[in-house]
Each structure stands twice: as structure tokens, then as C-alpha cells.
Design a binder for this molecule. Structure first.
Ligand code: ADP
Length: 358
């Protein structure tokens, strides 16, 4: 009787009909009689002749069950002699199969991870591409809006002067209102322009030494919300000389004061504190508005974040704090906020007094 392995394999296929064997039961057949019985159970009596020649006379099939309980295959063993697969052999094979199952489980898990990772990369690539298109659109849109809106502001200013000189007073408040709305649009367009420059690494910085008192005076004069009723009071040492980009620092301070006014409509005061400590200059802007819930304190510095409680009441794109934070980082500084609900918020930044511009 020949028992070379390919014969055994062919014969195993014959006697088991393969798929029928993927069961969660161990099948152990140790005599020719048992095999014949099993064989006819699978193929019917007419096919019992398939095992004629008796290449396989001992047979065992052990299910391979994954951790989740699913039978994912089976290990089949055949031998040309009777009585080979004893109970002890079954125990041993079960042990081997349980080890193999761990390896198989891991391999399946790995495969799942690889394909999940591939899917993640595909989605990321798509999102990056969409993000790129969006940034490109924002950049073009803000550039296109900037010129007409700036000339509109120019014409409105001329008109305002003309009307106040010629005494057609009835129109003056309307023109002033239009002016205010145009200023808001310019502010939004500037935020968008700054964002696209920032993202493209094209926000330019010109470092120089300047006095904080001068910048602060310009900031207060420039606050765009001309109708504010708040009293802006400055505390602390105004003699600090800072090294940085004067226009960008001015932009940050204006943004903080602007927010302090915008988000505390029922308050009447905004306080600005100036100090120096261990080589750092610190500026704080305190308001007496409703404050910011603790869980939002980190979110507000994120790009496009707007507090839903005031987003419908105030204009803005959720970019001011993000852009300010990036400007302060570029000055090797830090920006933060402390806030107590019902009492108000204090936004601050620190920058080193003696820094080397990169
Ligand atoms: P914008 O003012 O355009 O919404 P910002 O980036 O300047 O964008 O601010 C982000 C969000 O942070 C605001 O929508 C608001 O919810 C919150 N916030 C900023 N400053 C204050 C403040 N002084 N008091 C309360 N909330 C504030």
C-alpha cells in the first residue's frame, strides 16, 4: 500500500468532501470500519467504494475556532494505518490547534488593521485634497473681495465728509451705518486673507523695537466697533519696549480688545494690564462679560471655532484667536485665557522681551 503524502491528500479530499468537514466538532476515526461508515454518511452508500484501496485508515479533523467563536477552518490528518489517532493524539493536536488559532487570530487582526489603515490613508488623502481646494478657494475669494470692498469704503468716506460739509444731515446716519457695515466686511475679508497667507507660510513679519504705549494708543483709536460704550482702561507699566512685528502685535491686541467688547455687550468696562516678568512682556485684556464655559476654553483657539451661544448675535468667522495665537507663537510667546462664568474673561499673551527673530 502506497502512503506518499499527495496520495493521502487526494484521498482525504475524497473521503471527506472537504467543506462538509468545517464543523465545530472533532472527528476522530481510527478503524477501517469507522471510516467506511463515515464515508458513506457523507457520500451515501453508492460512494463508499471511493475509499477502496484504503490509503487512509486513520483520520482526524479538528476545528479551528477564532476568538470570536467562529469556526474558520479545520486541521485534517490522515494516516495509512489503523489506530493512529488516539485520544492522547487528539489532546496533542487540540493543543497545537489552539496555538495556531492565536497566530491565525493575530494574522486576521493584522490583515484587518492593514486594510483599515489603507482606508484611513485613502480618506486622509481625500480630505487633504479637499482641504487644499477649500484653502485655494478662500484665498482667491478673499483677494477678489478685498479690492472692491476697500474702494467702497473709500467712496463712503468721501460721501460722509461731503454730506457733513454740505449739511445734508438726514443722510449722515445712514452713511455712517453703511460705513460700519463695510468695516465689518473688511474685517472678515482680512481674517480670511490672513488665514490663507498663514496656511501658505506667506504671512510676513518685519521685526523692530517699538514702545508698547504707542501701539496701544493706535489700537484703541483703531477699534473697529466705533459704537462701543465700554470704557477702556490701561493699567501697569507702559514703558516696555518690545521686539516684534509692530503691525502683527497691533492686530493681536485689536482682536483681543474687539472680542472683549463684542462678547460683553452688557458691560461697560474693558481693562488692559501691562507687565514685565523675568524677561517676558505680558499683556492682559479683561472683560466683564458672561465668561466662557471651562470645556470651551481650549476650543476657542481652534480654527473656525465659534461659541454657539453668541454666533448668531455677533459677526465673525472664528479665526481671530487662531490667527492671533499663531502670530504670538511666531514671536516665541504663548497665549491663553482665564475665565469665570458670569464674571468675565481675561485673555493674555506673553512674549520674550529679548528675542532673536528667526
Ligand atoms: P470670532 O470672534 O470671529 O468668533 P475668535 O477666534 O476671535 O472668532 O473667537 C472664537 C470664539 O471664542 C468666539 O466665537 C467666542 O465664542 C469666544 N470668545 C472669544 N473672545 C471672547 C470673550 N472675550 N468672551 C467670551 N467669549 C469669547
Amino acid at each position: 500500500m502506497s502512503t506518499n503524502s499527495s496520495d493521502v491528500q487526494d484521498h482525504l479530499e475524497d473521503i471527506t468532501g472537504f467543506q462538509t468537514l468545517i464543523t465545530d466538532q472533532v472527528i476522530r476515526l481510527t478503524t477501517r470500519q469507522e471510516l467506511t461508515k463515515y464515508n458513506s454518511k457523507i457520500f451515501g452508500d453508492g460512494n463508499a467504494a471511493r475509499s477502496e484501496g484504503w490509503i487512509v485508515q486513520s483520520f482526524m479533523s479538528v476545528p479551528i475556532t477564532s476568538k470570536s467563536g467562529e469556526t474558520i477552518g479545520c486541521l485534517m490528518l490522515g494516516h495509512g494505518q489503523e489506530g493512529i489517532f488516539t485520544k492522547e493524539a487528539e489532546e496533542m493536536v487540540l493543543g497545537v490547534v489552539s496555538q495556531a488559532t492565536v497566530a491565525l487570530d493575530n494574522a486576521m487582526l493584522f490583515e484587518k488593521l492593514v486594510s483599515a489603515n489603507e482606508e484611513k490613508e485613502r480618506l486622509l488623502e481625500k480630505a487633504t485634497e479637499q482641504n487644499f481646494r477649500k484653502d485655494e478657494f478662500l484665498s482667491i475669494a478673499s483677494h477678489e473681495l478685498k479690492t472692491p470692498v476697500t474702494s467702497m469704503k473709500g467712496y463712503l468716506q468721501i460721501l460722509e465728509k461731503q454730506v457733513s460739509k454740505e449739511g445734508n444731515g438726514g443722510y449722515l446716519p445712514l452713511i455712517q451705518k453703511a460705513n460700519k457695515q463695510v468695516n465689518k466686511v473688511i474685517h472678515l475679508v482680512n481674517d480670511l486673507l490672513n488665514l490663507s497667507k498663514l496656511e501658505a507660510g506667506k504671512l510676513q513679519y518685519n521685526f523692530s523695537d517699538f514702545k508698547i504705549s504707542e501701539v496701544l494708543a493706535d489700537c484703541i483709536a483703531n477699534i473697529k466697533n466705533a459704537e462701543y460704550k465700554h470704557n477702556i482702561r490701561v493699567f501697569g507699566d507702559q514703558n516696555s519696549v518690545i521686539r516684534g512685528d509692530r503691525n502683527r502685535i497691533e492686530q493681536v491686541i485689536i482682536n483681543l480688545i474687539d472680542n472683549a467688547i463684542k462678547y460683553s455687550p452688557d458691560a461697560t468696562e474693558v481693562l488692559i494690564g501691562l507687565s514685565e516678568d523675568r524677561g517676558y512682556f505680558k499683556l492682559e485684556v479683561r472683560d466683564f462679560g458672561p465668561g466662557i464655559p471651562e470645556e470651551k476654553l481650549q476650543l476657542i483657539f481652534e480654527r473656525y471655532y465659534r461659541g454657539e451661544e453668541n454666533s448668531y448675535k455677533t459677526s465673525g468667522l472664528g479665526l481671530g484667536l487662531y490667527i492671533s495665537g499663531e502670530i504670538i507663537k511666531r514671536h516665541q510667546g504663548r497665549m491663553g485665557v482665564e475665565s469665570e462664568q458670569g464674571k468675565g474673561s481675561t485673555f493674555w499673551f506673553v512674549i520674550p522681551l529679548d528675542q532673536d527673530p528667526e
